[in-house]
Design a protein around this ligand. Structure first.
Ligand SMILES: Nc1ncnc2c1ncn2[C@@H]1O[C@H](COP(=O)(O)OP(=O)(O)O)[C@@H](O)[C@H]1O
Ligand SMILES: [Mg+2]
Length: 342
């Protein structure tokens, strides 16, 4: 019975990230942009990765499609089935075959996805020709179809336009079309709607959910906005300074947030009809993770810090329940605390 359950769960696993580290050697020491990050992505489900700017979200997303910066050292594993993406040659044949067909990414910067030199249609078609069909006519038809489906009107005309002829909102849609054109099993969406106004943002989010239902794809949804997470995600991983400090189902995170950082992020969500004049934001800024001593990275900004404990060693992870884990000394078990205090 137990074995059956384990097999059933395994078949839902799409991607397993284990102990991922992405470090940059600098003149001042080692910058640990991603530091021991582990999470699973399940088929057809959405995992949110939230945290303020500079926490390591984009770099984690990029590592999954194998485009971590050249100057970085990467270790740990990112398993897609039996293949460990970390072990593949950087920009080699194997990762290029996976990128686009199995895993696609919507970048934080829409212009990063397109060259200014070719038409939008040609660039999406190239990707379809590489991964789905060798027939040019069919690829052109599929391109027009996907442009239409992301809500670009007059797609036959738009096909022949260049990136500079598209507005910001249209570029965002074109990039989503590009990412979805090969019906990936996993979509990494990095702040996909941050640059859009609220109405278009809502349309784009609806579209992503609709296409997720149609294709059954999994999404890693990267954002600094916990308000959007409630709408889009099944699970949330909260990142701070290159680490996941809390992870739980969406319901659990909103009902029962544990980490002082998560609580701070939740207090800074604007609510419709809220009487608050000003939103609370977390005081202080995200430090640069160079030469961090073994201590909680949130210590300096934390309202609940315990001096002499939180600044004395690495924070252990506590599994609070099947679907909730947190790294904070407030929840570390007492055995550990006795050890620290003794
Ligand atoms: N190419 C790079 N070289 C050196 N440091 C980098 C590079 N890219 C990102 N970083 C550092 O990695 C950390 C995480 O960056 P990033 O993943 O872009 O954060 P986020 O997406 O959460 O805003 C930051 O401290 C940033 O300065
Ligand atoms: Mg980013």
């Amino acid at each position: 019975m137990k074995a059956e359950t384990a097999t059933a769960k395994q078949s839902q696993d799409l991607l397993q990230v284990e102990e991922l580290n992405i470090h940059f050697p600098t003149d001042h020491g080692m910058l640990k942009a991603v530091n021991g990050v582990s999470f699973n992505v399940y088929r057809g489900k959405t995992l949110g990765i939230v945290g303020e700017s500079g926490c390591g979200k984009s770099i984690t997303g990029k590592a999954i499609i194998g485009i971590q910066p050249k100057t970085s050292a990467i270790s740990g594993s990112i398993k897609l089935g039996d293949v460990d993406l970390v072990k593949l040659k950087r920009n080699g044949r194997e990762i290029r075959a996976i990128r686009g067909s199995k895993i696609a990414m919507i970048f934080q910067e829409p212009m990063a996805a397109f060259s200014p030199l070719y038409t939008i249609g040609n660039q999406i078609m190239e990707s379809i020709l590489l991964h789905r069909t060798k027939n040019k006519k069919e690829a052109a038809m599929l391109t027009v179809d996907i442009l239409q489906r992301v809500g670009i009107s007059n797609p036959e005309k738009r096909f022949h336009q260049y990136p500079h002829e598209f507005s910001g909102g249209m570029m965002q849609r074109a990039m989503i079309a590009m990412a979805l054109s090969c019906e990936p099993e996993l979509l990494i969406a990095d702040e996909p709607t941050t640059a859009l106004d609220v109405t278009i943002q809502a349309q784009v989010l609806d579209l992503m959910k609709q296409l997720q239902r149609e294709f059954g794809m999994a999404i890693v949804f990267i954002t600094h906005d916990l308000g959007i997470v409630a709408e889009m995600c099944d699970e949330v991983a909260v990142m701070y300074l290159g680490k996941i400090v809390e992870q739980a189902t969406v319901r659990e995170i909103y009902k029962n947030p544990k980490h002082p950082y998560t609580r701070g992020l939740l207090r800074s969500i604007p609510t419709i009809g809220s009487r608050k004049e000003r939103l609370e934001s977390i005081e202080g800024t995200v430090p640069i993770p160079i030469n961090m001593p073994p201590m909680c990275g949130f210590f300096d900004r934390c309202q609940d810090r315990i001096p002499g404990v939180c600044d004395k060693r690495e924070v252990p992870e506590t599994q609070l329940s099947d679907n909730h884990r947190v790294s904070c000394f407030l929840y570390a078990d007492t055995d550990n605390e006795t050890e620290i205090l003794s």
